[in-house]
Design a protein around this ligand. Structure first.
Ligand SMILES: NC(=O)c1ccc[n+]([C@@H]2O[C@H](COP(=O)([O-])OP(=O)(O)OC[C@H]3O[C@@H](n4cnc5c(N)ncnc54)[C@H](OP(=O)(O)O)[C@@H]3O)[C@@H](O)[C@H]2O)c1
Length: 491
């Protein structure tokens, strides 16, 4: 609702509200939209939308709840399990995660028997925590305001001082904790630690999940603390906590607390595509993965498709930028490092204790054109100098009936003998693939992962679909939260 002056509910307002809520159409529509459950926030939201102003006094919620004649909140609270959720990172993915959770609460209650309660959200500047009642979480109206303010570019640190909350700090149902303390536990005043301790103390949650939707390499200590000391489940869209040095990131995060079962990270590879869960099923099903080949970048997939159609490299990249497919500096895509991080995560899940330096990564631009040496504007000016070499690669592939693709490949060795010594080959770069192969038929921004295994060969098991984008990534994160709830809360 647009910001409007806060005022108390008068008797006339109360009567009007009563009449509104009694109205059959309104009641049916509102009740349905809340899945026949109106909680305090939802009721207040209905009341305020109808009245057109924010209500300062008590009463409206009761009017709505009584008139809707729906579940009593406390009965409902006892009936379902509550999962506390903390979201680190309120960029496009973090905000979309909140939207999905808020929009599907009735489905989670009915389908999983659990309710997700947002108890804290953080960006790089601050963490906002539920304060008035941790068990109820941050009220949805407050979350909506916060998300809108973040989408408009206001850092969380400043959000506290922006209207409408500024004037009424004492009435605030959330608190702000500076986020510098999202860094190591050794700071002694970790905001996440404080929040998880309070969540533990209040005893309202069957489990607490921390979802890392940041792009930071500095969250790993906080995540380890949450998993190890508080038994929180960790869900990641952020690849960095799993793709840094093996021992201090991947191994440490997986092995602490309740081990791998408390760590879910489907969205780190292929966004919402079931790449990780399929791999885990193959492994736990007793299969033996021999080779993984993947096209794991929508941007590079688009470029390869356009190059195959005869478009110049520089023109294809300009198109990709215009369509919004690239990072702000496209060299982040062209360097292959993002694909290499995904390949490293998959290789590590296969038991390879690899470091990034073990992967051969082919960049699509020379080091002389790297960000440290060339501004973005100069890079774009010099880009056409790469056109002819790239055109030659495409033509060479075509001449032998193949297509050029940017492929991550993990070759575990051909032997099916588990005792044989394996020397995995990890490579990320341009590769000629047969036109009729799965990777050869891939077009546009879709991702693909092909698992060649003892059971799936010579034809591999193929996963294909959109492997990037805010909605599919956020959907993968929320599906992981639901999995965590199933593993930890629902008995
Ligand atoms: N977008 C996609 O299609 C996609 C697909 C797969 C995976 N992912 C991954 O999902 C993650 C989020 O992507 P995005 O597109 O939403 O990124 P984004 O828009 O850049 O948002 C990142 C958010 O993380 C916050 N942040 C940075 N350091 C933090 C810290 N130490 N603690 C808490 N929050 C911190 C940032 O804060 P400020 O707002 O203060 O800067 C920002 O809100 C990334 O790791 C990305 O690689 C994205």
């Amino acid at each position: 609702m647009a910001a409007a002056p806060k005022k108390d509910l008068s008797e006339a307002d109360s009567r009007a509200l009563n009449a509104f809520v009694t109205g059959f159409t309104a009641a049916t529509a509102c009740a349905d939209s809340f899945g026949r459950h109106v909680d305090d926030d939802a009721a207040l939201c209905v009341a305020e939308s109808f009245l057109g102003f924010e209500i300062g006094n008590e009463g409206a919620t009761d009017v709505c709840k009584a008139k809707f004649d729906l579940d009593d909140d406390d009965t409902d609270r006892d009936r379902i399990k509550h999962v506390g959720v903390v979201i680190l990172g309120l960029g496009s993915v973090g905000r979309a995660v909140l939207k999905i959770i808020q929009g599907n609460s009735a489905m989670y209650k009915a389908g999983l028997g659990c309710g997700f309660v947002i108890i804290g959200v953080a960006d790089s500047t601050a963490m906002v925590c539920a304060q008035r009642s941790l068990r109820d979480g941050i009220p949805s109206m407050e979350l909506n305001r916060l998300v809108a303010s973040k989408a408009a570019g206001t850092p969380l640190k400043q959000w506290a001082s922006t209207p409408p909350k500024a004037s009424d700090a004492s009435d605030s149902s959330t608190s702000i904790v500076p986020a510098t303390v999202l860094l190591p536990q050794s700071s002694g005043s970790d905001s996440l630690e404080q929040l998880l301790r309070s969540a533990d103390d209040c005893g309202a949650f069957s489990c607490v999940c921390v979802a890392d939707c940041s792009a930071s390499s500095e969250t790993v200590d906080s995540l380890v603390l949450a998993k190890k000391c508080f038994g929180s489940a960790i869900v990641l869209a952020n690849k960095k906590p799993l793709s840094g040095p093996y021992a201090s990131t991947f191994q440490r995060l997986r092995s602490c607390g309740c081990g791998p079962k408390g760590l879910l990270h489907e969205s780190t590879v292929g966004a919402g595509l079931p790449v990780i869960s399929t791999l885990e099923r193959l492994i736990y099903g007793g299969d033996r993965v021999l080779k993984v080949e993947g096209a794991l970048s929508g941007t590079l997939g688009y470029l390869m498709t356009r190059l195959g159609e005869g478009i110049r490299f520089s023109d294809a990249l300009a198109e990709a930028i215009a369509k919004g497919f690239t990072e702000p500096d496209p060299r982040d895509d062209l360097s292959g490092m993002d694909v290499a991080r995904k390949a490293l995560i998959v290789a590590r899940l296969l038991g390879v204790k690899a470091e990034m330096s073990d992967i051969s990564v082919e960049s699509l631009y020379p080091q002389a054109m790297a960000p440290a040496k060339l501004s973005l504007a100069d890079f774009m000016k010099q880009l056409p100098t790469l056109d002819s070499a790239m055109a030659t690669r495409v033509a060479d592939a075509k001449r032998i009936g193949q297509k050029l693709r940017y492929v991550a490949s993990i070759v575990m060795g051909d032997s099916l003998d588990a005792s044989s010594s394996r020397s995995p080959i990890l490579r990320v770069g341009l590769q000629e693939v047969p036109q009729e192969s799965a990777l050869g038929t891939l077009a546009g921004t879709e991702n693909m992962v092909c698992y060649t295994t003892a059971f799936y060969r010579p034809q591999p098991l193929v996963i294909r679909g959109f492997g990037a984008g805010v909605e599919v990534t956020a959907s993968g994160v929320v599906a992981d939260l639901a999995q965590a709830a199933l593993r930890f809360c629902i008995t």
